[in-house]
Design a protein around this ligand. Structure first.
Ligand code: MN
Length: 297
């Protein structure tokens, strides 16, 4: 199934170019008391919610996809986990001093860098706008396959890892280039985009064989296939869960292929991954007002 979050936090099922409003299915979620458990409540109970949703489809209001504003399908991940340099061809281009900023990238894999986390407050959906910071710095797009964790797991081996996946999304890991830690440069508000909807695992035959591409203003910048991942999805789950417990709704950004490049105010970014859909979102015509406060070292 494919579900989305749209407009004022409505829940929708995707059918062709229509959305079925199945917000009433959220009634099956248990009431919450402080302190709220970590992890995304909807993803924790996703099977139950989607089962209820199927009972609502016959009478659900239908809306054209083009008329709604899509938000991130996962609202409250406990972690946004990111693989650094995880495609060989991107390792080569990242040696460019404008990207490397003094880091030694020779023969490095995620095993050398570990994984990094982005601020949850950076997360938006494809119906929102990216607002750039740091006008004097390079602000890059990074197209990535995003894995959504469905069940808690800790120290899971790669043979079992795929059992813990709820689904997949298209992701943009927006990046201010510079010498600072990635968790800082990539965590600005709006610098993490997920969408257009979440596709559950049963609809994705092999997430390790998906074409992905990205265009800026109609010009192709990134074009690759997830079979070129250095650490595949199961290995990333094994690696991440070797260090911390993964919770329902945690997002794993699997790394970007070659072709990263700058975007500017007013640009339109189109991102597509086979079987997961496609979206186009805008880069705001204005920089964030706080933009000049962060100087490059
Ligand atoms: Mn990235």
């Amino acid at each position: 199934m494919k579900y989305c979050r749209f407009n004022e936090d409505r829940l929708g099922l995707i059918q062709g170019d229509e959305i079925l409003d199945i917000t009433a299915a959220l009634d099956v979620l248990p009431p919450q008391q402080w302190p709220y458990p970590q992890g995304d409540l909807l993803i924790t109970h996703l099977d139950k919610v989607l089962d209820r949703a199927l009972t609502l489809t016959a009478t659900a209001i239908r809306l054209p996809l083009q008329q709604v504003r899509l938000k991130s399908p996962v609202a409250n991940p406990s972690k946004i986990i990111n693989a650094p340099i995880n495609y060989r061809a991107h390792t080569e281009e990242a040696k460019d001093p404008a990207i490397a900023h003094g880091r030694d990238l020779d023969n490095k894999t995620p095993a050398d860098w570990g994984l990094f986390l982005k601020a949850n407050s950076s997360l938006i959906g494809c119906g929102e706008e990216i607002v750039l910071r740091c006008p004097e710095r390079r602000n890059d797009h990074e197209l990535e396959l995003v894995v959504v964790i469905g069940k808690p797991c800790n120290q899971v081996g790669r043979a079992d890892a795929m059992r813990y996946v709820a689904g997949y999304m298209i992701g943009l890991d927006m990046t201010v280039r510079g010498p600072e830690l990635p968790s800082f440069r990539k965590s600005a508000d709006t610098y993490t985009v997920c969408g257009p909807w979440l596709t559950t695992t049963d609809e994705v035959e092999d997430p390790g064989k998906l074409d992905l591409f990205l265009q800026v203003n109609g010009e192709t910048r990134q074009s690759a296939n997830t079979r070129s991942l250095v650490f595949g999805i199961a290995q990333l789950i094994e690696y991440a869960s070797s260090m911390y417990t993964l919770l329902p709704g945690d997002l794993i950004f699997t790394g970007t292929p070659a072709g990263v490049g700058p975007v500017r105010p007013g640009d339109a970014i189109t991102a597509s991954i086979q079987q997961l859909g496609q979206f186009t979102l805008s880069v705001s015509r204005q920089y964030s007002l706080a933009a000049t406060s962060i100087q490059s070292a």
